[in-house]
Design a protein around this ligand. Structure first.
Ligand SMILES: [Fe+2]
Ligand SMILES: [Fe+2]
Length: 161
């Protein structure tokens, strides 16, 4: 059975791919780059909602640690969302000189994702029963899917397969 670490790690990889697409197409295909960035931004914001509303509360409740690791993650989410907004404002005006913001977001995200993948997600997989993991994944998928994805199982399979 697929666990939390596997599911969320795959979503990190998918988002990394969209960001790389954005960076590589900025000069040659700005419209495609824009689209990749918009997908990256909405996907990452949705991913953050899954963590803050479903996964972190599980960790906080079971460990009793409310001011610990999840607090650090939440603070980094605020910074990540600020940087996303900064790039978004520029891209919207077709300004693609966003290198400084890009390196800032990469720097935060890479260590942030490693901490989640190596510590937080595996901890959740080890602590929850199989039924609880299954229910958690169902909650994530039920909460976060956009209408268009619900109507398009092919795309859904690509993301979650
Ligand atoms: Fe996160
Ligand atoms: Fe994450």
């Amino acid at each position: 059975m697929q666990g939390i670490a596997d599911f969320m790690g795959k979503d990190h990889d998918r988002l990394d791919g969209l960001f790389k697409e954005f960076q590589s197409k900025k000069v040659t295909e700005p419209e495609k780059a824009q689209k990749s960035f918009f997908d990256f931004k909405s996907g990452l914001e949705r991913h953050i909602v899954w963590e803050e509303e479903i996964l972190f509360p599980i960790f906080e409740e079971r460990t009793g640690m409310r001011g610990g690791p999840t607090n650090v993650m939440r603070t980094e989410h605020v910074q990540i969302k600020e940087l996303l907004g900064g790039i978004y404002d520029k891209i919207l005006k077709s300004i693609f000189q966003t290198e400084t913001l890009e390196s800032q977001i990469i720097s935060i995200l890479s260590s942030h994702n490693v901490k989640e993948e190596n510590v937080l997600y595996p901890w959740i997989d080890q602590t929850l029963s199989l039924e609880e993991i299954e229910r958690t994944l169902q909650n994530i998928q039920g909460m976060g899917l956009k209408k268009q994805e619900k109507e398009n199982p092919v795309k859904l399979g690509k993301i979650y397969g």
